[in-house]
Write a new protein. Structure first.
Length: 410
């Protein structure tokens, strides 16, 4: 590669830019696809907002999303009426923008382990090229990249010993979408292990309350705003809604409600048992331990909870990439397992293709990914953080980012 460098050409930059262009082209192909969720939910919501005075529409209970995304939808509705851009395109562009934010923070997290800029960039474009990430926003018009980007931002700040920012961003992630709660057992573990303090958790209700203020000022009852997620519980029937979880093996018959309630309680019990085991084994929650902790719970919780959609593993799929780049020799295959487990179900929903693989087989893949991350986490009771490699040559001089030092107690 030296002849290229002598001419001012850096092949790594060219290749990474090419991958980024491919990621953009893949999304462009999906902008014209009208998904069932857009037709059945997002378009009627936007029409309701337009017909009821824009911001004033927030006084009504017309959508089953929390209000932060409805603020975004209100802004997009206004923009759609004052520009040539269509509403569906604006919704998808918003999700794609957060794809980029999410990839950026994935790269920043990996950069705490590997200061080589090429590895950071490769981690970021790998997230952008995940099939489910491409399909989720640009094709499906879903917003899972928004809360996942905030989750990664929160994790990054926790790893940088900034618990106030980290917990606040995780609280904002939860305010955007309830599925962010899948990684909250990791916060509880860090709290009980003394890595964060009770006072840091106060930012979560504070962020939730602040996000509710605009809708309350628009006329929405305060009680409704506080109970949005409670009203969503029990909204879906079935033990699994395409999710490759343990409920792929359960046939409830007439006992659906009983089994669903029991499954939720058992999931909570399992999470508490895992936290107890981690504390008893004195797992070290340095940077490696914290990354593994978030990756493990992001898979474990939706795997054990009933009534999950396949896209509820979105957060887990991205964190699996982060974990694989953090420990490539041990966890390189985990993103392959999580992608294979959910991608087949994405195809079934988006494109109406027949079921390619039995859901029970896909659940085995998810279980294998869970075993891989959890077992590596359980071995982190005595192993030190991997050594930080020497900074590789970069195309332009840049300050070296703080690397893998062990965080001090907060």
């Amino acid at each position: 590669m030296q002849p290229f460098r002598n001419r001012g050409i850096f092949p790594e930059v060219t290749l990474i830019l090419a991958l980024a262009v491919i990621a953009g082209a893949l999304r462009y192909l999906g902008f014209g696809l009208v998904s069932g969720d857009y037709e059945g939910f997002l378009r009627p919501w936007a029409q309701f907002i337009a017909a009821n005075g824009g911001f004033d529409a927030l006084a009504h209970d017309f959508a089953d999303y929390n209000v932060p995304y409805l603020y975004v939808l209100t802004a997009l509705t206004w923009l759609a009426t004052h520009s040539p851009l269509g509403m569906m395109l604006l919704v998808k562009l918003t999700s794609v923008a957060f794809d980029v934010v999410m990839a950026y923070y994935a790269g920043r997290i990996v950069g705490l382990r590997w200061p080589d800029w090429r590895i950071r960039a490769l981690a970021a474009v790998s997230v952008l090229l995940l099939p489910t990430v491409v399909l989720n926003g640009a094709y499906w018009a879903q917003c899972d990249s928004i809360y996942t980007a905030l989750t990664l931002a929160g994790l990054y700040h926790l790893l940088r010993d900034r618990p106030w920012w980290g917990v606040a961003l995780l609280g904002l992630s939860l305010t955007v979408k309830l599925q962010a709660i899948f990684v909250f057992p990791a916060l509880l573990t860090l709290l009980l292990a003394g890595r964060i303090r009770w006072r840091h958790l106060l930012t979560i209700p504070a962020v939730y309350l602040l996000c509710a203020v605009p809708a309350w000022l628009a006329g929405r009852p305060f009680g409704d705003l506080m109970l949005i997620y409670l009203h969503q519980s029990g909204q879906y029937g079935g033990l699994t809604l395409g999710a490759p979880s343990i409920y792929a093996y359960v046939r409830p018959g007439e006992q659906l409600d009983t089994i669903r309630t029991a499954g939720s309680l058992l999931a909570v019990a399992a999470v508490l048992v895992v936290i107890c085991v981690l504390l008893i084994r004195r797992i070290r929650f340095d940077r490696t331990g914290t990354v593994l902790l978030f990756a493990t719970f992001s898979i474990l919780v939706p795997f054990l909870l009933p009534s999950m959609h396949e896209r509820y593993f979105f957060q887990a799929e991205v964190l699996a990439v982060v974990a694989a780049f953090w420990l490539p020799r041990e966890l390189w295959y985990v993103p392959l397992l999580t992608q294979a487990a959910t991608f087949a179900e994405y195809q079934d929903y988006l494109f109406g293709t027949p079921e390619v693989v039995d859901l029970r087989i896909l659940a085995l893949l998810t279980g294998a990914a869970l075993v891989a991350t959890a077992s590596r986490l359980l071995r982190h009771d005595r192993e030190p953080d991997p050594p930080v490699p020497v900074q590789a040559e970069a195309p332009t001089p840049a300050p070296v980012e703080e690397t893998a030092r062990v965080p001090q107690p907060v």
